[in-house]
Design a protein around this ligand. Structure first.
Ligand code: ADP
Ligand code: NI
Length: 217
């Protein structure tokens, strides 16, 4: 299979796997991350094939999709799929290394080893920022039965992974607990540029939100 055909097959594979998912890992998240990863790869002169393939597959071994403790089995399945579709062994190793590093969260993620890994991680993080990031946050909060905002619930500091997933919080608090920290975690220059703009947009959103809350605007 040529690279274009492999990417098309990977796209169909992911769509099929995510069709039944209700954990917020929908195809359109993958679509956006893949578009961003392609763009960053061009700007950073990275291997576009690896970035696109890893972006397409990046959530398939995620604990939220396949259950905590099943990440390794998930990775094995992805490796088998890549082999069946004639991806070169070096490329399989590289893609699996990227997805593996992104999937095993264990509180803090370990650093990505290659430029392509850094790019896919940046693309995934960018999707939590800006207008799309705001929309995803309120959608996630609603699905979890949380309020948009409760001024008496202060943002939590230094949470464990368990508290982060299951503690009581709000959509607005999620900005302080995660989203506003992301711009300083970007790896590549181009993603840093995009993240800074999306960050600014979220800051403006919050300012307007608080003013409306108090009937000032
Ligand atoms: P990731 O795997 O990148 O950490 P998640 O699957 O945890 O992303 O989250 C999916 C989306 O929901 C992201 O946009 C994220 O910012 C948002 N989200 C995650 N946790 C919360 C939360 N506690 N409250 C509101 N939004 C959340
Ligand atoms: Ni993702």
């Amino acid at each position: 299979m040529d690279k274009k055909a492999i990417l098309e097959a990977a796209e169909n594979f992911v769509k099929e796997k995510l069709a039944a998912d209700s954990s917020g890992h929908d195809w359109w998240h993958i679509y956006r991350v893949t578009k961003s990863a392609e763009k960053i790869a061009q700007m950073e002169s990275a291997n576009e094939f690896i970035c696109t393939l890893a972006a397409l597959l990046h959530d398939l071994a995620d604990e939220k999709l396949i259950g905590i403790g099943n990440e390794a089995a998930g990775l094995t399945k992805i490796g088998e799929w890549l082999r069946q579709h004639g991806v070169a062994e070096d490329d399989i190793t590289h893609v699996i290394e990227i997805i593996g590093t992104m999937s095993f969260k264990g509180g803090n993620q370990s650093a990505m080893k290659t430029l392509e890994g850094k790019i896919v991680q940046d693309a995934d993080r960018l999707d939590a920022l800006g207008a799309v990031g705001i929309a995803r946050t309120f959608a996630y909060s609603g699905a979890k039965g949380q309020l948009s905002h409760d001024p008496t619930l202060v943002p939590r500091e230094n949470m464990t992974a368990e508290e982060y997933r299951n503690g009581k919080s709000t959509a607005i608090n999620h900005f302080y607990e995660k989203l506003l920290k992301l711009k300083d975690l970007m790896n590549t220059d181009y993603a840093k540029e995009l993240a800074a703009k999306r960050h600014q947009f979220m800051v403006r959103f919050l300012e307007q939100f608080y003013e409306e809350w108090e009937g000032k605007r």
